[in-house]
Ligand binder design. Structure first.
Ligand SMILES: *Cc1c(COP(=O)(O)O)cnc(C)c1O
Length: 463
């Protein structure tokens, strides 16, 4: 007789109403496809992918309520009803006063960076995000990583690896002067660290410190609900607090946010900038007209804004987020149990394979994470993403590869899209690659774009 389960299983708090068939391919086909794609999973065609774990961005399944909202899109050029619904939802759940819609997160980053950063400024943040840092640099600023050291160690079990190191932050402020620090760039559920949360106690300390110097905090709220869930699970005093209240408490400690609604807000496209300062809002409202569209749609259709408003409300429901993070944890626990090297603790939106330990025979300048993502695709048709030396890009000063400490492959789980069986198949495929890992070869560039090179770079195998 099989062992009785040690803990009670949970199940998804939804049933499936519409399905999309997916296509299985042969190993020979996939070898051709990945070569054609220059060993870059971003350049594969979606039809050639079996289980798509490239990203959780814009890949979520919308609810029936969101789809119903699409039908009441008010496509007026100005003053769309759906804009006011979105504004209401952001005010209610996040508490920010003024909202500027944008077509996605990076557009909000562009606007806030241009408005707040002067040439020669420094922007401290809890690890970088690719588009966030680029917009800060394009505005003339320099990003400074002030995340705790533990975040750069894939084996460290710190429960809040997105915490900010207060000493690093204060040292920077003292060194360059508070007038050269326009804001602190604080992300929740830090993507590049492996979907790791910041604690409320740390955020409160950051708030106290920055208030002393008159420096605001701009929140990358892309995964704020997922971060709130881990606070509820892990931080003392929050177990009985409603998830929505924790989300609100985080936002209330900050002065504004940029949002990629394509993640937590459960939509396929959308984003916004939200601020509490009315003067800043007016400037942002003026700028959005130049780059995105009028300030009551900012690059989104009315129907898309309605879907964001409804998705935002769904994102702070406990049952949803428990199942969402639970599915990621399920995949991670399975791999960890088999000894596959992953980032611990397991994060919120994906499982991150540690390519340095997975492929110790490759030098970091042979792009082990890029090579591993390609090998996983060849083996199984599962698509993942490199988050390592290719994503980190080159240092603008020296022109050298940045060689980040973390050299990762991200298996990102879209929200409400795949079942537990898909997670099982994925885990078994990774194990297969792990068993044959010494066969994976390194890569070198054959084409390297100037900006955000990971999206479009092409590689060949090194013999
Ligand atoms: C996706 C993402 C962004 C950028 O948002 P887009 O909608 O892709 O432009 C910014 N920050 C984080 C943490 C993200 O995950």
């Amino acid at each position: 007789m099989a062992d009785r389960p040690k803990k009670k299983s949970w199940a998804e708090p939804f049933k499936i109403k519409v399905v999309e068939p997916i296509r299985m391919t042969t190993r020979e086909q996939r070898l051709d496809y990945i070569k054609e794609a220059g060993y870059n999973t971003f350049l594969l065609r979606s039809r050639d992918v079996y289980i798509d774990l490239l990203t959780d961005s814009g890949t979520s399944a919308m609810s029936d309520n969101q789809w119903a909202g699409m039908m009441v899109g008010d496509e007026a050029y100005a003053g769309s009803e759906n804009f006011y619904h979105l504004e209401e939802a952001v005010r209610k759940y996040y508490g920010y006063k003024w909202i500027v819609p944008t077509h996605q997160g990076r557009a909000a980053e562009h606007i806030i960076s241009q408005l707040m950063i002067k040439k020669g400024d420094y922007i401290p943040g809890n690890m970088y995000f690719t588009t966030t840092r680029l917009h800060q640099e394009l505005a003339g600023g320099g990003f400074v990583d002030v995340i705790i050291d533990e975040a750069h160690d894939p084996e460290n079990e710190h429960p809040f690896k997105a915490n900010i190191d207060l000493n690093k932050l204060e040292d920077l402020i003292k060194k360059v002067g508070p007038e050269k620090v326009p804001y602190v760039s604080m992300a929740t559920a830090v993507n590049m660290a492996g979907g790791q949360p910041i604690s409320l106690s740390n955020l409160k300390q950051v708030r106290a410190l920055t208030q002393k110097y008159g420096i605001p905090i701009i929140h990358d709220a892309t995964r704020v609900a997922e971060n709130a869930y881990l606070i509820k699970e892990r931080e003392e005093g929050y177990a009985d607090k409603p998830l929505a209240d924790i989300v609100r408490e985080i936002c209330d400690l900050t002065d504004g946010c940029t949002m990629s609604a394509k993640k937590d807000c459960l939509v396929n496209i959308g984003g916004f900038l939200a601020v509490n300062d009315e003067e800043l809002y007016k400037k942002a409202q003026n700028m959005v007209v130049v780059y995105e569209g009028l300030h009551t749609y900012g690059g989104m259709a009315g129907r898309d804004m309605e879907a964001v408003a409804r998705g935002l409300a769904e994102s702070v429901e406990f049952d949803h987020i428990k199942a969402r993070v639970g599915q990621v944890q399920y995949l991670g626990e399975k791999l960890r149990g088999w000894g596959v090297p992953i980032i611990v603790p397991i994060g919120t939106h994906g499982v991150f394979l540690d390519a340095k330990r997975f492929l110790p025979h490759l030098d970091q300048d042979q792009f082990p994470a890029q090579a591993l993502a390609a090998a996983i695709y060849i083996e199984s048709g599962v698509r993942s993403m490199e988050r390592g030396n290719v994503s980190a890009g080159r240092d603008p000063e020296t022109g050298e590869n940045r060689k980040p400490k973390l050299e990762l492959v991200r298996l990102t789980v879209p929200r409400r899209v795949y079942t537990q069986a898909h997670m099982d198949v994925t885990a078994e495929a990774i194990l297969e690659v792990f068993d044959n890992r010494d066969r994976v070869k390194g890569l070198h560039f054959v084409y390297e774009p100037e900006y955000l090179r990971f999206f479009q770079a092409r590689f060949e195998e090194i013999d």
